[in-house]
Design a protein around this ligand. Structure first.
Ligand code: ZN
Length: 236
């Protein structure tokens, strides 16, 4: 016996179950729009300090240009905007996905989103799916963590609920951004084949997204990058 220890090979990196992009070999991209609504945001609507968190100019532009896109709805947004949810769901070129019930964080210190207690996480994930089905008749198993924040335990709960977690590789930077130029530049500088681009569905939390969108669509066309739904991107 030499006493030499057997060298245990380092395991190959486990691929993350969180999807951030599609195949890079095809000139397709997925434009995704998060419909955030927290309890605090809903209070502002009730108090009329904010008039709307649904900038439907974005949807109008996508419809007018026949641009496929994917919407990540929070449960509170759908409950606040049932007509708008149905209107989006009526278009088959739009894919529907969920983004939690109340847009609280799935880990601590996730911006200022607060924290979902672990025993409420499952309900946070499944409740908006039921709402989406009730309003649009459409199902989904795509989920995005609020703020992109998660822990291994939270991820396990979401995956056990049968969800596919989809984040992004290109942040448009539209949240609280007052300049369409900044949003356009950021997307154009970073987008590439297979990208999933993160936007928000407006109101004061994304005041310039609608202004930036036509220019972004033009820039994508110029670069021969075709917007498709998430499913088309991930499962060509
Ligand atoms: Zn969000």
């Amino acid at each position: 016996m030499t006493g030499q220890r057997q060298v245990v090979p380092v395991p190959a990196t486990v691929p993350s179950p969180i999807i951030t992009n599609g195949p890079r070999a095809q000139r397709k991209v997925a434009l995704t729009f998060d419909a955030d609504l927290t309890a605090a945001m809903r209070d502002r609507l009730v108090a009329r300090t904010v008039s709307s968190y649904a900038d439907m100019r974005i949807v109008d532009e996508l419809v007018a240009t026949s641009t496929p896109a994917t919407f990540f709805f929070t449960g509170l947004w759908m409950e606040t905007y049932p007509e708008q949810t149905r209107r989006i769901g009526d278009h088959r070129m739009f894919e529907l996905a969920t983004h939690s019930q109340t847009h609280r964080g799935f880990r601590e210190k996730c911006f200022r989103l607060g924290l979902v207690p672990p025993d409420e996480m499952h309900a946070e994930v499944v409740q908006p799916i039921t709402t989406l089905q009730g309003l649009t008749g459409r199902a989904t198993n795509y989920f995005r963590f609020p703020g992109g924040c998660w822990t291994d335990d939270a991820l396990r709960i979401v995956l056990n609920a049968g969800m596919t977690v989809v984040h992004w590789d290109v942040e448009s930077g539209d949240a609280f951004c007052e300049s369409a130029d900044v949003i356009v530049d950021k997307v154009v500088a970073n987008v590439r084949p297979g990208s999933i681009v993160l936007f928000h569905l407006g109101g004061p939390n994304a005041p310039r997204t609608a202004d930036a969108l036509p220019r972004i669509l033009a820039a994508l066309a110029e670069r021969d990058l075709t917007p498709v739904t998430l499913t088309d991107l991930l499962h060509p």
